[in-house]
Ligand binder design. Structure first.
Ligand SMILES: CC(C)(COP(=O)(O)OP(=O)(O)OC[C@H]1O[C@@H](n2cnc3c(N)ncnc32)[C@H](O)[C@@H]1OP(=O)(O)O)[C@@H](O)C(=O)NCCC(=O)NCCS
Length: 188
């Protein structure tokens, strides 16, 4: 994957790049600064724990010195009746850099790359007020559920192929590659 420069209104230049798993500690620290420890307790985490992100679908934003500014990952899941999908998250940006366009650039990438790779659906649990600008809505998630507590109106989907969620139902299950012991820290 080529790096992509972010047209951010920030003072430094940032790029979006494939995540390098040696950045795991910095990424976890960023997630905790952005969200507190709740990112570790979400229902989505049940679908991520012990798995690796979908092939080629873990991205970071960083500055020219390699300092991490944001992170997003996508995970392989299937609906209860066996439809493949991606689960997006966590998405987070370094708090001091909020509202400079890094979240938008990460999301643009987290949508265009799966589309290019032939994925059909992205699901997530998050604020619709943020994600609706990227085309996500709860309109197609009524017959689906997460494997744990979540707020139904925050369970959102984006069809990369129109109609891909028609007939999809049931509780999501993890289908991603199992994490090896050495990269277990990467599986969050
Ligand atoms: C959500 C988040 C990733 C956005 O990143 P960002 O780089 O600040 O986003 P952008 O610069 O692309 O966009 C900023 C815009 O999103 C809006 N926004 C940010 N978070 C929002 C939210 N939870 N709900 C609605 N709008 C939100 C900002 O108000 C701003 O609006 P504007 O463009 O009208 O001024 C970042 O705020 C973050 O890391 N938050 C904490 C982690 C988190 O909650 N992640 C999951 C989101 S549900």
């Amino acid at each position: 994957m080529q790096t992509v420069e972010i047209a951010a209104q920030s003072q430094s230049a940032f790029v979006i790049a494939a995540e390098n798993y040696t950045q795991s500690s910095a990424r976890e620290a960023l997630l905790t600064r952005a969200m507190g420890l709740k990112w570790k307790r979400k229902s989505s985490q049940k679908l991520r724990r012990g798995r690796r992100p979908s092939e080629g679908l873990a991205f970071i934003a960083r500055n020219a010195d390699g300092v991490l500014a944001g992170t997003v990952r996508l995970w392989d899941v299937a609906t209860g009746n066996g439809r493949p999908a991606l689960l997006l998250g966590p998405l987070a940006v370094e708090p001091s850099l909020n509202s400079t366009g890094i979240g938008k650039a990460l999301m643009s990438h987290a949508i265009s790359e799966p589309k290019r790779l032939g994925h059909k659906v992205i699901l997530l649990v998050g604020d619709s007020a943020y994600y609706e600008r990227f085309g996500f809505s709860s309109a197609k998630t009524g017959a689906l559920s997460m494997p744990g507590p979540y707020e139904r109106d925050r369970f959102l989907a984006l069809e990369l192929v129109p109609g891909a969620l028609d007939g999809a139902r049931g509780t999501l299950k993890a289908t991603g590659r199992k994490a090896k012991l050495v990269d277990v820290r990467a599986a969050a």
